[in-house]
Design a protein around this ligand. Sequence first.
Ligand SMILES: NC(=O)c1ccc[n+]([C@@H]2O[C@H](COP(=O)([O-])OP(=O)(O)OC[C@H]3O[C@@H](n4cnc5c(N)ncnc54)[C@H](O)[C@@H]3O)[C@@H](O)[C@H]2O)c1
Length: 405
Amino acid sequence: MGKCKVAFVGLGYRGTIHLKNTMLSERAEIVALCDLDQALLLQSVDLCQENGYVVDFYTDFHKMCEQLAGQMDAVIISASWQQSLKIAKTFIAKQIYVGLEVTVVGSVAECVQMYEFTKQHGDHLFVLENVCYRQDVMAINNMVKAGVFGEIVHAQCGYKHDLRPVLFGSEKLKFGNGATGEAAWRTPYYLDQNADLYPHHGLGPICTMLGIGYQNYFTSITSFATKGIGIATYLKDLGGEHHPYLDLSFSLGDVITSVLQTSNGQTVVVHHDILSPRPYSLGFTLQGNKGIWEEHAQSVICLQEHHQEHRWQEAEQVYEPYIDSLWRVNEEAAKKSARHQMDYIMLIDFLDTVLKKSKPRYGVLDWAIWSMITPLSARSIERGNQKIPFPKIVEYEHRVTAAIF
Ligand SMILES: NC(=O)c1ccc[n+]([C@@H]2O[C@H](COP(=O)([O-])OP(=O)(O)OC[C@H]3O[C@@H](n4cnc5c(N)ncnc54)[C@H](O)[C@@H]3O)[C@@H](O)[C@H]2O)c1
């Protein structure tokens, strides 16, 4: 296989990881870089030069697209939520593969519109949802497909991560204009919205395991919010009783819980829990009539044949035979990668998709379904925890069970 030509928009935290992993993969020529922030941009240009890549660089993604559209196969977008879809559409319209970092939207209409736009222009959106590529997640999914858990009845997942140091910084409290990284663009969402503002990491894997968007679909969502005290606690602890941000009224509850129902008679509970002191966890549970997987601090499994003892087994021992071939082939290289190994495995899948000009494993339909949780949970909470019917996108019910999984 030859090399594909890849450009990057957004070279902050995530963009830099993807850039380094792309260099490591040796599957791509890096042709251009773009970031609004000149200093970050030049840092990445230097990194490319040190590694033997001669790149064009831009602060305007439109200009980059206009000048280089015929000379690139793919672009990796790791920008703010406000900017990402606009950037993605510019490249999708030119039939360039777009690797899109986790992006949150404000309305169902935006999801549907993005879906229709992408389909119209050739279906080149590849969702960079890295947790879908975690070794245990892929292996558990292979076990589900092999019927090891029997018929699945229930799942749980969530984004449980104390994000307050990211949202405000941990020394000088600051967000919005003048702040750095995600504090500059992400924190204002929590002022305005009481919703699950990051469903993808938990829901992507669970939707894969349940075949959502294939022969199964969500039928309803009901969401609940606790009161919000985590931000004020953090601000007081670090900035004192009179910190000016304490006058602001943040809308987000500390824990958002959504209960989804599926057309196959299952329930899925999704948590968004980012404002309390707690270690990171995605809190996976997958429960069938022949076994259960749980991953909180520890990943454990109990299959029917061991159930007499009512004891958990360490998950890794059980899922080892089901480890995905993407991992078997690429694990050694992944060990040298920039951050989590799953990021490298995902990147390999993205670059191979581009090289083979094939259909993305996770495409715009998946992105739209996962992303709808944000506006739908907001609507349910706003209406006093009303059960909201889950919208269907055209193709939703008709996608056949794909051979790809
Ligand atoms: N998968 C994961 O584990 C994970 C983790 C963190 C963030 N993310 C996602 O990655 C994306 C980026 O997050 P981040 O932490 O890297 O943010 P960041 O703030 O560190 O970087 C974003 C960069 O995008 C640039 N940018 C914004 N608009 C632009 C535009 N119009 N043109 C060019 N550059 C532009 C900014 O200048 C900034 O350098 C977000 O969608 C976020 O949700 C994913």
